[in-house]
Ligand binder design. Structure first.
Ligand code: BDR
Ligand code: CA
Length: 308
């Protein structure tokens, strides 16, 4: 049986690779893709989502534009990581497939009311939180929310305390982590061990198909920022872990813990206060993944994207 998912995303090179992995995987039924403002503003994230669908040979995919700004705070973007377009690297054509008329948040609500669904959250959690606030009844149909975001042992990548997706909309993250819905988190602690390398990037290029070569070019561009920042051989490939977890959960190890989001202090705004050691009595509200079999993860990516 295929698993129905909605991908909520702010592409972003790593979001793009996650979308390609999902569209290449017969176990998943991508019911729709909702774009959110994050790495770059909404007009670019929704366009980038359509560019990637066309790259995957899926111009029939439904792409929706959701929130153009966080719930409370001003939008913070990350062109310094992803480039001006959000998808800098490959030279990909402008999309010709249409953007859906319906608002992304309305699409999430309507879909969740109709069927059981898994939400894959690859960007700030604004769309998901707005849907839950407006239609709390949808929670019972959401089987799982798998989130790329946060960090404990690694600290933050946007401030010393906060990871980008949570920092951009901490109030949305707070709504989601308080929702009671089963949540799986892919934090920086894990994604910073899923690093690209020359061999891994060249393995994509060697496949020789359009999507695989574009993946290599996306990664060439994406890794440069983190290679310089962290002094590692490659850069962390964050968002595809969300999709890979749905395909091969055995690649991941974590703990069922409590996680709360800082929304008061400006200094630590968006920090994910993850109780890994169980030092509070606060009830567990997520599975916090800490370890990934990175070789297995890249094997999966190369195998699947190679089939597109
Ligand atoms: C997250 O922020 C974005 O830059 C990436 O796409 C990823 O979702 C990593 O902190
Ligand atoms: Ca992202």
């Amino acid at each position: 049986m295929t698993r129905p998912i909605i991908i909520d995303t702010d592409p972003g090179q790593d979001d793009a690779v996650a979308i390609l992995l999902a569209l290449a995987s017969p176990e998943l039924d991508v019911v729709g893709i909702t774009a959110v403002a994050g790495n770059v503003p909404l007009p670019l994230t929704e366009k980038n989502a359509r560019i990637i669908c066309e790259l995957a040979g899926r111009p029939d995919m439904k792409v929706f534009a959701g929130a153009s700004r966080p719930m409370v705070r001003d939008l913070v973007t990350a062109e310094y990581v992803h480039g001006k377009t959000g998808l800098d690297g490959p030279d990909l054509p402008e999309p010709t497939m249409p953007l859906q008329d319906q608002h992304g948040v309305d699409f999430i609500i309507e879909t969740c009311r109709r069927q059981k669904i898994t939400l894959c959250a690859l960007g700030p959690l604004t769309n998901v939180a707005l849907a839950l606030n407006r239609a709390p009844d949808i929670a019972s149909n959401i089987e799982e929310i798998v989130i790329m975001g946060g960090g404990l042992f690694e600290g933050g990548n946007t401030t010393p305390a906060a990871e980008f997706n949570i920092y951009v909309d901490p109030h949305a993250a707070d709504v989601v982590f308080r929702s009671g819905i089963p949540i799986v988190v892919m934090p920086l602690d894990l994604t910073h061990t899923a690093l690209t390398s020359r061999a891994r990037v060249e393995a994509f290029r060697a496949i020789g198909t359009g999507p695989a070569i574009a993946t290599a070019e996306l990664l060439d561009f994406f890794e440069r920022f983190d290679v310089e920042k962290y002094g590692t051989e490659g850069g962390p490939l964050h968002d595809p872990n969300v999709i890979a977890y749905l395909l091969k959960p055995e690649l991941y190890k974590g703990r069922h813990i409590n996680l709360e989001v800082e929304i008061s202090s400006e200094l630590t705004m968006g920090m994910t206060v993850a109780d890994w050691w169980g030092v509070t009595k606060r009830p567990a509200n997520c599975t916090y993944m800490r370890y990934v079999d990175d070789a297995g993860f890249f094997d999966l990516l190369i195998e699947r994207i190679g089939k597109l």
